[in-house]
Design a binder for this molecule. Sequence first.
Ligand SMILES: [Zn+2]
Length: 468
Amino acid sequence: MTHDLVISNGTVVTPEHGTFEADVAADGETISAIAAPGTLSGETEIDATGKHVLPGAIDPHTHHGIYRGLEADAESESKSDLVGGVTTIGNYFRRAGAYEEIMPGYFDEAEPNYYHDYFFSLGLLSMEHVEEIPAIIEEFGITTFKWYMNYKDAAREKFGVDCDMHDDFGDAFIRKLAEQDVPTTLGYHSENVEITNALAGGNVYVTSESDDTDADADADEGYEVMVEEFPGYAETQSMVAGAALAKVHGYDDRFYAVHISAGGTADELAALHDAGYRAWGETCIHYLALTTEECDERMKVNPPVRSKADQETLWERLADGTISTIGTDHCANLAENKFGEGIRDSLLGFPSTPVMLPLILSEGVNEGRISLERAVEVTSTNAAKAFNCYPKKGTVRVGSDADLVVVDLDETKTVTPELLHSVSGYSPYEGRDVTGWPTQTVVKGELAYDDGEIVGTKGHGTHIDRPV
Ligand SMILES: [Zn+2]
């Protein structure tokens, strides 16, 4: 029979079944056959001779809609993601008010515009939000949430809610999640904000275009002030405290520390694992690919990019299984808005989803730090598991969604915003030579990126209602 699409003669990489030569066929949106090389035929055929076929990458940590509105980001960012082999993203969204009333409008903005699938994770900001958890799961298929320790004392002012986000709030939050019948996940922003606020001395870090900058902002300050005022130990201590609270409620297996930036945090997570905790750890690609010395306003983000020693520890902890997933904290802020007078006056966040997989292939696999199988686990399979969409996503097997990426491990390209089809007009990695790029990206059976060209369809992506 002729299949809708066949990727032939490639080396398929799966964490479950290892690495093997095969043809992979898709019919409709799902993988329909995996067979000996050269045995399947399709309406559309992609020759993957000499290349690897991986499950589409998943970026579980993005902030679409945070600066430009979701409609615009959904279209431009999901298109750009295809260049980097990303076929699913998780979008963190937070707003005061009843999510049952807010989300329908937000789905309306997302659904017609995504080139690939996506899921929402909701920041809970108030006790009312905690009470809404069962309805959010039931009505919207959203099972993943976030607790922001950095807004502990700022929730009233920043979000206009009538409670603080102190530990009593987190306690109620975790207990409510642990009560649910379906698997849920708690993303946790680790930061002891009493320490970071004291170190920052009341200096304002611009987090949105409407925030006022601090009058004392000094244009001569460099990136190091971010590292001094957001030290690694403030992240480490907070992560351990959060994991401990989850553990006492029997919820540590669904506790997920987002964007681990400090080597010390990864080491303490390993110690928790040794002590019987099952907590998840995520790092972001910038903590693996950059060091403080290389950074300027373009890389402004919280937590900040740290030292070479931190970076080396994160790679080791990624290789040894302590850190399970990689995200990006991607924000689509435009160059004209991002850059201010010096570090304090610049916007937080930057775009990087499309470079996530290429940088892991280049700096991880090609530099011998992790195996290709481990790269697939940390860029796809584990995120699917942590965010409750496995095995629909995150693997190459019959019946799973046909989200596939063909990569050439030997191809070197220099990063430019144009290469990434980026609307932001800058990349923190601009000018860097990266070896290991997708040549084709397939989204739910449809060829969506082909050798430099975006050929996918806007609206082909949809929200992944969980549990799957
Ligand atoms: Zn984030």
